[in-house]
Design a protein around this ligand. Structure first.
Ligand code: EPZ
Length: 423
């Protein structure tokens, strides 16, 4: 198993190219099941999660080839005839549940394993199931699998989500493209990845409006055709690297960065004392002074502050002047990075969904352990500003969502390396 060693220092200078979004690509790939014609995705990220989704779709009978060193995915499910998503693949990645809607729409039948436990929360699928049942599906849980059937196909329905779930919005939107009649999703998720999926489905001939707002309308059509679609910029990778110069000083340009993808995050950076300016190629980031200010954070669905940047922001606030309170409202167990940051000398108290961070002068390097994707990168960022060496183990979590993290940070002057370890 690999570890990553970071030696604190800085300042950082240079540019980082931001990849296509993992969380968009994981929803775009199952859309291939909605048509017999090929779907080509450009600007695709090269990540282990994308490999897992490829493996899953191939097990369903899809053919997938890559071009341009994996940045282009060509997907065809012309002869995809298997409606069973097996536990052996689904347990590796929750997003596998995004084949449920497309399989039901294509075959009128789907057997999808429930993903099982997750480090950051229970993550049930009740919203997905209730919505598809409202569209006429009969769904039963048997032996850990959701057995879903829609004899005669799915029908349009008016659906009210009790929570603006990203995954449920994506599953239902895809299912509704081939349903009979009109579907309306109220309290839908508004994330940029939803808009990117709707754009792609429209390129395939779908009739969708309202994506990006809380109410999405889908007029079902007979069939969808092939298309080519560029994957939207990864706003979470973007936000992560925007913080690097805030930790270590200097100035970094994020190529492909867009403020509209991260408005709430950029507003918080401004309050903390970090400047973000737009450039021709993206965004430039640098801190206004060496000492940052404490700030309170509440994670919310888009356009609120993204939960996937909470860990990285907590790490930054560990050395800010004053006390910050972070409230995690999306997942019930997403503070597992806190005890690792405390090992580096941070002063953090966690009470349920609230964490109180009292700024200290400086963090100190230490051996720490990655517990999930975003927690692992928050420890790398903390290491950039800490005294001495930070050794992060279990970095396989990182490969799921960050391509070439060591090379990208090294490219702007960070002292970072990846080593094989016996741990
Ligand atoms: C997506 O997960 C992202 N994953 C997550 O990113 C992200 O944290 C999350 O949205 C919120 O922004 C992908 O896109 C692959 P949800 P998803 O359904 O779709 C509850 C990362 O780090 N809920 O919006 O699973 C659920 O338990 C990952 O890249 C129900 O109660 O998120 C959670 O508390 C982590 N019932 C909340 O809603 C349901 O049926 C948000 O879940 C569905 C969800």
């Amino acid at each position: 198993m690999d570890s990553i060693i970071v030696t604190g220092g800085g300042p950082l200078n240079g540019e980082i190219l931001i990849a296509g979004a993992k969380n968009a690509c994981l929803a775009l790939m199952p859309a291939t099941l909605l048509s017999e014609e090929p779907l080509t995705l450009t600007n695709a990220p090269r990540l282990s999660d994308i490999k897992t989704m490829t493996e899953l779709l191939q097990s369903l009978g899809a053919e997938i080839s890559t071009l341009d060193e994996g940045r282009v995915l060509v997907l065809s499910s012309h002869s995809a005839d298997n409606p069973l998503a097996h536990y052996d693949i689904v347990r590796k990645m929750r997003a596998s549940n995004l084949v449920l809607g497309p399989l039901l729409a294509r075959h009128g039948k789907a057997v999808v394993s429930l993903p099982g436990g997750c480090a950051i929360g229970a993550r049930p699928m009740d919203i997905h199931v209730t919505a598809l049942e409202a569209m006429g599906a009969v769904i039963e849980l048997k032996d850990g699998y959701l057995h879903a059937e829609a004899k005669g196909g799915l029908k349009g329905a008016v659906i009210d989500f009790h929570f603006a779930s990203v995954g449920a919005t994506e599953n239902v939107m895809m299912a509704a493209t081939l349903a009979k009649g009109t579907t309306v999703i109220n309290n839908a998720a508004r994330e940029p990845e939803i808009v990117d999926l709707a754009d792609c489905l429209r390129r395939m001939g779908a009739q969708i409006s309202g994506d990006g707002t809380s109410s999405i309308t889908i007029e079902g059509v007979e069939r969808l055709h092939g298309a080519t679609h560029p994957v939207v910029t990864d706003r979470i990778e973007l936000g992560t690297y925007m913080l690097a110069p805030a930790f270590a000083g200097g100035e970094v340009e994020l190529i492909g960065g867009r403020i509209d993808l991260l408005q709430a995050f950029v507003e918080k950076l401004d309050q903390i004392g970090v400047d973000v300016t737009e450039t021709k190629r993206g965004l430039k980031v640098k801190r206004r002074s060496d000492k940052l200010k404490a700030v309170d954070i509440v994670t919310e669905p888009f356009p609120g502050f993204p939960t996937d940047l909470q860990a990285q922001m907590m790490a930054l606030l560990c050395t800010a002047k004053g006390t910050s309170v972070l409230e995690e409202k999306i997942f019930e167990n997403r503070f597992m990075h806190a005890p690792e940051l405390v090992r580096m000398g941070a002063n953090i108290e966690v009470h349920g969904g609230h964490a109180t961070v009292t700024g200290v002068d400086k963090l100190k390097g230490a051996p720490v352990m990655a517990t999930d994707l975003r927690a692992s990168v928050s420890l790398i960022l903390a290491g950039l500003a800490a005294e001495g060496e930070t050794v992060i183990s279990r970095v396989y979590h990182l490969d799921r969502g960050y391509e070439h993290v060591v090379a990208k940070l090294r490219g702007v002057g960070a002292q970072i390396k990846r080593v094989k370890s016996n741990g």
